[in-house]
Design a protein around this ligand. Sequence first.
Ligand code: AMP
Ligand code: MG
Length: 395
Amino acid sequence: MQSVEAAAKAVAARIERLATERVPLAEAGGRVLADDVGAARALPIFDNSAMDGYAARSAELPATLPVVGLVAAGQVMTETVPPGVAIRILTGAPMPAGLDTVVIQEDAKVDGSNVTLPASPVGENVRRAGEDIAPGDVAVTAGTRLGGGALGLLAALGRVELSVVNRPRVALITTGDELVDVTTTPLPGQIVDSSAHMLGAMVTAAGGVPSYFGISKDDPISLAAMIASAFDHDAIITTGGVSVGDRDHVRTALAAAGVELELWKVAMKPGKPFSFGMNGRVPVFGLPGNPVSSFVVFELFVRPALLAMGGAAVTQRARAPVHLVRGYRKQAGRAHYIRARLERNGEYLIAHPHPKQGSAMLTSLIGCNALVELAADKTEIQPNSIVPALLLEAV
Ligand code: AMP
Ligand code: MG
């Protein structure tokens, strides 16, 4: 049985970034940038006023000056302004040649066609050409998931097309004779295949495109055929059938489908029966059947892998030390992942573990914004201990 760290390394070692494609800027939101993008022009493009006010020469102030013109955003004052005058200027308007400071209108006293301006340093309220970014500087780095800020900057720089990494196309296969589709009312002994929906949403959130292949019976031949039919995808996820029960056929099916197993069981709770293998370049993740176990395994191993395939620079959840108010007792050997809700108390993060920690209890995931990690070698965690947690959401 591998440790969580060793298993994460083993998975990461096999994951490759997918190919790239070019997309129009308007369709690039949420995509991951494939290459660094440099600035083709300066921002701002020209010196301009940051405020509504009066442009003047700093060396002439304080002074009462005639206002001899107005320049608004979109206009350009072409001639150099002679000494001894001020220009009415509006936000975003180019600085008239010869002037070097802007006094905001609140500080100016207007009297007919004259204005009295206080002293104002050179460059005051002036946005300098290139102060945001200079030509040739890197604007957005490879691996950035493009949000509003990045798209705004790239638009300002005039990028109409971007190279982004393909989204991983992920095949989802659930297994179990007891499973029925959500639209079916379960007969005695049957349960709804909830994991398909949970994992589909998690794949999407990790930048992937889920494609649900359906429920496989607990039969290695049909499961192997289903797995093999998904090899044209970038990754395959199966759930269930990976423990050692009589009907746990995933291992046989993986072998029959030509998947080379690299991992089989990880020292964690929940989620021990996690398997991982490769068919050529296609990673196959065998998740446990219990929904909460597969949630935790997805968080620890599948999400980082999908993000890496999709080219993201950051693939790991943020970690933070949290205060665990109650104590824990556990056996040594497996790392435990406690579903918890974190609450900020001043500078501390307080972890409130969900009272239901059963690996089949989906309610433990509602309001859960962290997985508190109790290390494999720990046996006794004292009340009020500080322990690491994976942050599933901002707190
Ligand atoms: P298994 O690993 O196949 O033995 O499954 C472990 C437990 O998880 C069993 O109680 C299954 O019924 C349940 N289970 C397996 N797959 C799913 C699924 N897709 N959705 C909900 N529960 C599942
Ligand atoms: Mg099963």
